[in-house]
Design a protein around this ligand. Structure first.
Ligand SMILES: [Zn+2]
Length: 442
């Protein structure tokens, strides 16, 4: 992956690294063990026992979030679900949500999410009674949400951050869908969703198809990051626009994935995201898709390689030890690395200015050069803008130029030959994700 050149030398903000340092591998693992100890967290399991089932699990999650204090507003996010295939009786489900309200009036309506699902299944998706510890799937992602909430609880951020543990993911993304639809109905500005699903077990090696590769690669040092290219529910007009621009790989979700890679570089993290330009893995789904379905920007973190003998499986025995999706196969250090990448990204997203609106190339008449225009970001600490570009065949932005605090830039280079974008930066050294430049008459 190419790394974007920094056009302007910005101060290195210290908060992302501080927050990443506050994340603990021991706590990350202890969260997984605590969640697995509820036996099952199946969405149709018992809600009256204080020690077993999804009711006990969600009470524990809420009490954990509340114990972090800081500025977190913690609540159950309750939804009444009509009867559906994997919830034949329908019923009440509860997500656990903590909100850290943004401190800058011009930025506070922007909301950035970190998400993990806390429900589980065993080999029988409809079995609410037998054990389903779900350590990797997805106590690991839930643990990422908890550690991000704990590390960020006391931080002062410009935009709002939401820490969401969803229910009934395994019954069909039910909790995430209900939450995303409600957020859409309320007109909330959900500008980025980082979903963490199966982010705990790096023991399966990653393979390249190349015979020249020197063998399997350890999965310890990276995490896959899936993002959609063409938005999930485009209208005919939007599809026509994508075709005209050649912007199949420039959705807001794809820009968010590139932004996570940018943050890892800027923060000098040894642990890296491997960008996969697909919405998700084959035969599998995840909560980011429910947000995408509602029209929101969202991506999915997941381990480099999976062992399907342990996923959605019954707990059995191997060599006298429990075998299945049990905490033994989950690494606290790996989860902590994923959480650090999420937390640093959330800080950059929340403190950077809003990506410039209406970034566009002017196509009023035939001319060999390019004129770019955009609108100012509303945050008062916005210090300027960078124009970025790449070859039309390149996967990530290749070059950038600081153009100062303006809303127009011209180059003799032809718009036919490059993809352009614009990002804003503030006086503290935070850059926004890139706004892809469309085309317009003025
Ligand atoms: Zn999952």
């Amino acid at each position: 992956m190419l790394h974007l050149l920094a056009a302007v030398v910005l101060a290195q903000p210290t908060l992302p690294a501080e927050v990443a340092r506050a994340i603990s591998a021991d706590r990350a693992k202890a969260n997984v063990e605590a969640l697995a100890a509820f036996g099952t967290r199946h969405s149709l399991s018992d809600t009256t026992s204080p020690t077993r089932g999804i009711g006990a699990a969600r009470n524990w999650l809420k009490s954990q979030m509340e114990s972090y204090r800081g500025g977190l507003q913690v609540a159950f996010d309750v939804h009444q679900i009509p009867p559906m295939q994997r919830m034949p009786q329908g019923g009440e489900i509860m997500n656990v949500v903590a909100v850290l309200p943004g401190g800058m009036p011009e930025a506070a309506e922007r909301r950035y999410y970190v998400v993990g699902h806390y429900d589980t299944i065993n080999a029988d998706r409809m079995d609410p009674t037998r054990d389903a510890p779900g350590a990797n799937d997805d106590a690991s992602g839930t643990s990422v949400v908890l550690e991000c909430a704990r590390a960020l609880a006391g931080a002062k951020l410009d935009a709002t951050v939401v820490f969401l543990c969803t229910a009934a993911e395994e019954q069909g993304l039910v909790g995430a869908k209900a939450h995303a639809d409600a957020a859409k109905a309320r007109g909330e500005l959900v500008m980025g969703v980082l979903s963490n699903d199966i982010v705990g077990d790096p023991s399966v090696n990653f393979f390249s198809p190349s015979p020249a590769a020197s063998g399997p690669r350890s999965s310890e040092q990276f995490v896959r990051l899936f993002s959609e290219g063409i938005p999930r529910n485009p209208g005919a007009e939007e599809i026509a626009e994508i075709r005209r621009l050649g912007s199949e790989s420039d959705s807001s979700s794809r820009q968010l994935a590139r932004f996570v890679a940018y943050v890892a570089t800027r923060e000098n993290m040894a642990f890296r995201p491997m960008l996969v330009f697909r919405q998700d893995r084959f035969l599998r789904g995840g909560d980011h898709s429910a947000f995408n379905e509602a029209g929101f920007t969202g991506v999915r973190f997941t381990v480099p390689a999976e062992d399907y003998t342990r996923q959605h499986a019954d707990v059995t025995e191997r060599d006298g030890e429990p075998y299945g999706d049990v905490p033994t196969f989950v690494s606290g250090e790996y989860i902590a690395n994923v959480a650090r990448l999420n937390a640093a990204t959330l800080v950059h997203l929340a403190n950077a200015p809003r990506p410039p609106a209406k970034a566009r190339m002017i196509t009023a008449q035939l001319e060999t050069g390019t004129t770019l225009r955009w609108e100012k970001s509303p945050e008062p600490d916005t210090a300027g803008y960078e124009v970025v570009w790449r070859a039309t065949t390149a996967p990530d932005w290749e070059e950038a130029i600081d153009v100062g605090d303006v809303t127009e830039w011209k180059t003799p280079a032809s718009k036919d030959n490059w993809f352009f974008g614009v990002r804003a930066y503030d006086k503290d050294g935070y850059r926004s994700p890139v706004s892809f430049a469309g085309a317009a008459a003025r």
